[in-house]
Structure formats: C-alpha cells, structure tokens
Design a binder for this molecule. Structure first.
Ligand code: 16G
Ligand code: MG
Length: 558
C-alpha cells in the first residue's frame, strides 16, 4: 500500500470516529444497531467491501437494512461475488475493523490484513460496489458514509441502486458478476417471464385467479410492497392486493410483517374478520422472508400460520413430482440421477420433518442462520432450504442445470410437448424464478402461487398437508450465553456438562416431546424450544427446560 493510499485512509476515517462504549459484531445478518450509532460502522464496511472487491476481482454488494427490527435501527451486510453472504473467513476482520478505536489502529489493521490476504493495490482492477438500502429514513445519510468508505480505497466506485429489497441487491451482484446487466427491470422481467412459463405449463391451461380468489399481501410498511406493485404491472394471471405497502401512514414492522405474524400468530394491522378464509401472505421489512396465513374466525385475532416449513414442503413435493415425470416414460438416460435434498434447522416443526421423510426425501439439519442452510443446500443438485421463519430458496447446481438444458433439447426434438419435456421446462423455469443468491420473498411468493394454481389447491388444503405439533419458545436471560456450546446442528448441548442429560430426562416424560436450547445470535439470551403432542405439554416442557437453564447458568428467566 503506497503512502498516498495510507494518507487518504487516515484522513477520511478521522471524520467517522466510533461511538464510545459500543461493541459491534458481524453476526448472522451483518452489523445491526440503532441507526444513530452506525455511521462509522457503515463507513468501515465500505472500506471492507472495496478490499473484498479487489481480492475477488469482482463486484461486491453492500445492503443497508435492519430487516424486521424497529424503524430506528439500521444495519449493513456485505454480499460476496456469488450474491451470497460474505465469506465466513472475513467475518473476524469485519469485527476488528468495526471496533478499531482510532484511525491509526484502523490503518494498521487494513495494512496487516491486506498483506496477509495478498490484496494488491496495483490499480489494474477497478473495485466496484453495488449499494442498496431499504426504506428506513436513516438509509440516505448512511449511504453517504458507505460511499466515503468505498472512496477511501483509491479508485473504487460505488454504484447506488437506490431503495431495493435485500434479495434484489444480492441478485444484482450475482447477475452482474455473470456478465448480465443486472438492473431492476431485468430482475422483474426474469421473475415475471418464468412465472408466466410455469403458469402456461399447467395441465389443462392456466386459470387466471378470480377476484374472490385473490391473494392479500401484508407489505410490512416496507420496501417489499412497493416492489410487488411494480412487479405486478408485468404479470397477468395473478390477482394480488397489497396492504401495508409503505405508502400509507403505518410504521415499518410495527404490528405488521412476516416476523410479527410468525412470532405472535395474530393478524397484522389492516387485516380483519372481512378476510376470513382468504389467502394472505406477509413479507418482512426487507422482503427476504415470507409466510402465508389465514384468518380462521371472527372470534379472536389468532391466525392459522402457514410457515416456512409448509412452503418448503410444497416446493419439495412439486420438485419431486417434476423429477419423477422427467425420469419416467422410457428414459434411457440412467447414468445421472439428480440428487435432491432438503435442509432445515432444529426449529423446523417435527411434523414437517416427518412429512418430508415420508415423501422419501433426504433431510439435513444445520445450525440456525441462512449462511449455514445455504451452504448445505449448495451440496445437492437441487437443494431446498427454509427456516420456519420463512427465509429460504431452492438452489440448482450448475452441473444439474446444464444436464437439464441438454435433456430439454433432446426431448424437444424427440417428443416435443410430452409430459417429460414439460417437466424439464418447469424445472428450468423454477431455476430462473427462484433467487439463487438468497431467500427472496417475491420470488417465493410467485412460486407458491404458481404451484397452488398448478395443483388447484386452496391455502386450507395446502395447510392440511400435515398438522404442526404444538410448540413453545422461551427466552432465558443468563450471565453468559456463550457458556452454552451446542453440537449436532444445535440439537444437543456439549457444555455445560450434565444439562443435556437433564433435558433428555424431562423430554422423555412427554409423548412426541422434543426440546433444545441454544444461545441466540442476535440477542443476549438463551432460547428454549419445546414441542409435544398438546399445547399444554409443549408449554410445560419449555418451562421445565427453562428452569434447567436457570439452574445451570442463570440469574433469572423471562
Ligand atoms: C438472523 C438470521 C436468521 C435467523 C435468526 C435467528 C440471516 C440472514 N438471518 O436473523 O436466519 O433465523 O438470525 O436469530 O442469517 P437468533 O439467533 O436470535 O435466534
Ligand atoms: Mg429480512
């Protein structure tokens, strides 16, 4: 690194001092905090993104969002060249940068890291960062801090994509690194044309949704509703009403949105007894999560939740059907059998795991956090992953896609319009519709709608695929949550010693009992999960296990 670069870094970073007494940590969803504390972090994330761009010789993304958090928070996360999350190897550096006490220490860290990673500031490559933000009012001023960070690596360029959903930004990074234009319009066109293709391939022809069968979407007063509106202009065959679109007076994520609906299991604002029985869906604040629900009766505000596990089950069923259509009717090509796998976390309802296994599917479990699920799903030819909270997608391997393209061509010349060829076309359309970079509420919504139309299913029928086991979650405040170390995808506790045996003997008292504990990645608590054959039993198991946490680690529980 030359002297000019060093002095630029020293000078610009002195304008963004870190706030006192705050420790930043690049968690599962990047840096997140009260927006007023984030200027220096965002500035430093800009530097990191530029370094990552030089290292990978690719475009990098920087997304400013705090997803489902309250409106006064904000956050920043980095998208790698593939459109996925920042590589885990760089997370410790991200932490160190964000917490460097002053400009001198910051510069020293950068110099050391650049040397270790062999990052060359030779000017041969022009680093480029795509910037996106959600609708939070703090986004605009933080954008300036991010740009300053990017510009303090000499020659780097930041391209502002404006207000976008998190998955849009990840998609754009991936698309541009593959040589596509990667504009918002291209994103909308890819989604709408692949949706149209799936609908055209419905046996017996496509059926436009009737006015009575419309889908009502809660946009969380965030970016998703607005983007869904734009997308709908390119779509026909779908009847969607967007509420809480962000244009009205409601506040982002307050009493609305996928996180609220999934955790509280009550109707979001602006939904009521007039919506009984209708198909409803809810996006989160940055539109990377989606859950469906129905309002079952006027007697209470409770909803029937159709969560990420059910979305996963619907997708798995459809993909499996297409694969078996593809491999039937005289397929000579037995040399290659695509490997389909589904990925869940310990939070997946036990009934969903049983259902998926009952379909003959391979089910893998990973720790909580998108990066773990995504990584595991990428090991399959077709890997479907979802968290119960509604974040997930379907990944297709390059090998499978190129086999499928060839297969489709072969079938088109031998038996154009056959069941087999239609299955190939459907799978190709799904691979274009569903975001390959990260879970995307808009593309998941379109795929759910296409599959429901294909099958002629109501939301009630879909929800009846299996009955969720009653479950309960509790948070326990402890002295030190890092004292809990888990193993086997968070289903077992390795430390402190003895607690797992105690949990096992509690759980054994309940039919269909299952329980686990894990330290939260986003809050200073231990989370307890329990499920059992009745709600009372699940509640009682959760509270006994919470007492065990208290006994082994605690101060008090809440
Ligand atoms: C983050 C994760 C989400 C996970 C949640 C768990 C990403 C992008 N997001 O929001 O996947 O479900 O954390 O929170 O990875 P917890 O550790 O507090 O339970
Ligand atoms: Mg989100």
């Amino acid at each position: 690194m030359d002297e000019e670069q060093k002095s630029v870094l020293l000078k610009s970073s002195s304008q963004f001092p870190i706030p006192p007494d705050v420790k930043f940590s690049y968690g599962t969803s990047g840096f997140r905090a009260d927006a007023l504390l984030l200027e220096s972090t965002v500035f430093r994330a800009g530097i990191l993104a530029a370094l990552r761009s030089i290292k990978t010789r690719s475009m990098i993304g920087l997304m400013m969002t705090a997803s489902h958090n309250k409106i006064s928070d904000n956050g920043i996360k980095i998208a790698d060249p593939s459109g996925g999350m920042l590589t885990q190897q760089w997370e410790p550096f991200a932490d160190a940068l964000a917490n460097a006490p002053d400009s001198d220490r910051l510069l020293q860290l950068i110099v050391e890291f650049a040397e270790k990673e062999n990052i060359k500031f030779d000017g041969d490559f022009r680093p480029e960062i795509l910037l996106g933000r959600d609708t939070r009012p703090s986004g605009e001023s933080l954008l300036e801090a991010a740009k300053q960070g990017i510009h303090s690596i000499v020659g780097s360029v930041g391209s502002d994509m404006g207000v976008v959903t998190t998955p849009q930004l990840h998609w754009m990074v991936r698309a541009r690194n593959k040589g596509m234009k990667g504009s918002e319009l291209e994103y909308f066109e890819q989604l709408s044309s692949s949706f149209r293709c799936l609908v055209d391939l419905i046996p017996g022809g496509s059926k436009t949704d009737s006015a009575e069968n419309k889908l009502i979407v809660d946009g969380a007063h965030g970016v998703g509703g607005e983007k869904l509106d734009s997308l709908m202009k390119l779509l026909d065959g779908l009847n969607i009403e967007v509420r809480n679109s962000g244009k009205g007076t409601g506040i982002l994520n307050e009493g609305v949105g996928a996180d609220f609906v999934q955790k509280e299991k009550v109707v979001p604002d602006n939904f009521d007894s007039n919506d009984i029985g209708k198909r409803c869906a809810s996006l989160d604040g940055d539109a990377d999560r989606l859950v469906y629900f129905t309002v079952p009766s006027a007697d209470s505000s409770k909803i029937d939740l159709v969560d990420g596990d059910k979305i996963l089950s619907l997708f798995a069923l459809y993909i499996k059907e297409q694969l078996s259509l593809l491999s039937t009717t005289g397929a000579e090509d037995n040399s290659y059998k695509p490997h389909l796998g589904v990925v869940q976390t310990a939070y997946a309802n036990g009934a969903s795991t049983d259902y998926l296994k009952g379909l003959g599917l391979e089910v893998a479990l990973t720790p909580t956090g998108v990066k773990y699920l995504h990584e595991k799903a990428a090991e399959y030819d077709i890997g479907i992953y979802f968290e119960a909270n509604g974040h997930g997608t379907i990944l297709f391997s390059e090998r499978f896609l190129s086999w499928l393209e060839d297969k489709n061509k072969e079938l088109a010349s031998a038996s154009e319009g056959s069941q087999q060829q239609k299955a190939a076309l459907r799978l190709l359309a799904v691979s274009k519709l569903i975001n390959q970079a990260v879970g995307d509420a808009l593309s998941v919504l379109l795929l759910v709608e296409a599959i429901l139309q294909h099958k002629g299913w109501s939301i009630q029928y879909w929800n009846g695929l299996y009955q969720d086991l009653p479950s309960k979650q509790i948070k326990v405040i402890v002295k030190d949550r890092t004292a809990v170390v888990t193993t086997n995808a968070e289903t077992q506790v390795a430390s402190p010693q003895g607690i797992q045996e105690a949990i096992n003997s509690e759980t054994a008292k309940y039919p269909w009992g299952r329980s686990f504990i894990r330290p939260s990645g986003t809050e200073d608590v231990i989370r307890v999960y329990a499920e059992a054959s009745t709600q009372d039993a699940a509640d009682s198991l959760a509270s006994s296990v919470a007492k065990l946490v208290d006994k082994y680690l605690g101060i008090s529980s809440s």
